[in-house]
Write a protein that binds this ligand. Structure first.
Ligand code: ATP
Ligand code: MG
Length: 438
């Protein structure tokens, strides 16, 4: 039924008959005739309705779905709309059929400069997406996803899908969602950590996973969800965490360059200029503390940066290095999980890093401890018992290469890339402590 696409019509089709299907964006009555803006996912085109069609269809409500036949006309020179893709033409309708009449009024305002609040917009996300801006956000997110897959394929990583129903997480920090499981209690995976390591050790050497991650944290912030999409990778035979950081640099440079090419129009409409990093500056937490202290912010020794600290460091790096990214190094052992490796000469820190993008953490990575005796000792230091996690302990018993990896968040990357200000804008249907629907 959809023979031609609205946004793909141009002056080259003038004189041709067309058949279009889509949503009525607006209907404007001008005396006895009317103009209808018809929208499909490619764009908007103006349709002219003569006196007869206007009389018959002036009751059409905005957002109804219609089918139109007609002929392409060139718009007179003084009526060309330069800011519209199809601004040089309009369709003179020959027939119009209403396929589905929309109810009125709409529950949310779906104009570009909507005044409906985020919460209400999310209640009616399927309508919210009819706004160009929102379609653009999810087009960009979709490309971040597919360029990520392309990158890891090119780098010869194997895609894995690990279970999300698990016995219990290895990460000590994050809270788990517990669910009944045939008389036992299962947890929704709060990280694919164990499995990534398991399959590096299995001999696959380089694995990645893009999948859901669940965190039962009662956070009410603009960067936390209870369900988000993790981009995790893990690789064997590394010399240090520096190898992981180098691959992340390559990854970001690839994905952001490809985004510039594949999302030109979307980025332009969203007003976003993407800057592609080559070499990302590295800053130890110690240096960061010093820099923040000079700016009047105190981060106690052995403490991680808080949200404000990250924001301030982001701004500092942007000014000093003209870079949107910074690797933060030397995280204290007290703040990191037991499986992070520690350097020989300083056991108070870990061979781990955070990646901060425009002032927000988007990744944590590390070299993992692969020597069983040391891992067991580190476990003890944290008050944990590795023998209680036999399937994790086994990974290190039968030939385990030095390895490391990182967990990034797709939602956070998209939010930062497009400066959306709230992670909920970057995910179709967010889950947070207050929201479980739609
Ligand atoms: P934060 O300190 O910001 O709470 P985290 O250090 O607990 O995050 P990690 O366990 O390091 O998070 O997870 C790796 C990455 O996954 C993060 O850098 C982030 O991009 C993403 N991520 C983690 N938690 C969340 C969350 N609750 N909502 C959305 N993304 C998240
Ligand atoms: Mg982290």
């Amino acid at each position: 039924m959809q023979k031609q696409r609205c946004g793909e019509l141009s002056k080259a089709e003038v004189g041709k008959s067309v058949e279009l299907s889509g949503w009525v964006d607006t209907l404007r009555l001008t005396g006895k005739i009317s103009f209808l803006l018809l929208r499909d996912r490619t764009g908007i085109v103006q349709v002219f309705l003569d006196k007869v069609l206007t009389e018959k269809f002036q009751h059409i409500k905005a957002q109804s779905v219609v089918h139109i036949t007609g002929v392409v006309h060139a718009r007179p020179e003084n009526q060309v709309k330069a800011d519209m893709k199809t601004g040089e033409i309009e369709i003179a309708a020959a027939s119009l059929e209403v396929l589905s009449m929309a109810e009125a009024p709409l529950p949310i305002e779906i104009t570009e400069d909507t005044t409906t609040g985020l919460d209400k917009r999310l209640d009616y996300r399927f309508l919210d997406i009819r706004r160009q801006k929102v379609t653009d956000i999810f087009t960009v997110r979709s490309f971040v996803y597919s360029h990520t897959v392309n990158f890891f394929t090119k780098e010869k990583f194997i895609a894995i899908q690990s279970p999300k129903l698990t016995a219990s997480g290895v990460e000590s920090g994050a809270e788990e969602f517990k669910i009944p499981y045939f008389g036992k209690t299962a947890s929704l995976a709060q990280s694919p950590q164990i499995y990534k390591q398991m399959f590096v050790v299995s001999g696959l050497e380089r694995v990645y996973e893009i999948g859901p991650i669940f965190r039962a944290e009662k956070s009410h912030t603009t960067r936390h969800l209870t369900e988000f999409v993790g981009i995790d990778f893990e690789m064997g035979f590394i010399e240090s965490e520096e190898d992981i950081m180098k691959l992340i640099e390559k990854y970001l440079s690839y994905v952001l360059t490809e985004i510039q090419k594949s999302c030109k129009e979307e980025l332009q409409r969203l007003g976003v200029v993407v800057s592609v990093p080559t070499k990302i500056p590295r800053l130890s937490l110690r240096e960061a503390r010093k820099i923040l202290k000079e700016k009047g912010k105190i981060i106690p020794e052995h403490e991680d940066l808080d949200a404000e600290g990250e924001r301030m460091i982001g701004a500092y790096v942007k000014e000093k290095y003209k870079c949107d990214f910074v690797f933060m190094l030397d995280y204290p052992w007290t703040k990191r999980p037991f499986y992070h490796m520690r350097p020989e000469k300083d056991k108070s820190v870990t061979k781990s890093f955070d990646l901060v993008y425009k002032g927000v953490e988007i990744a944590t990575g590390a070299q993992r401890e692969h020597r069983l005796e040391i891992l067991e000792a580190q476990c003890k230091e944290k008050g944990l018992d590795l023998t209680k996690m036999p399937f994790y302990r086994d990974i290190f018993r039968y030939g385990c290469p030095p390895h490391g990896g990182v967990g990034l968040g797709l939602d956070r990357i998209t939010e930062r890339l497009l400066d959306l200000g709230n992670i909920r804008e970057a995910i179709l249907l967010p889950r947070d402590p207050e929201r479980l629907t739609p």
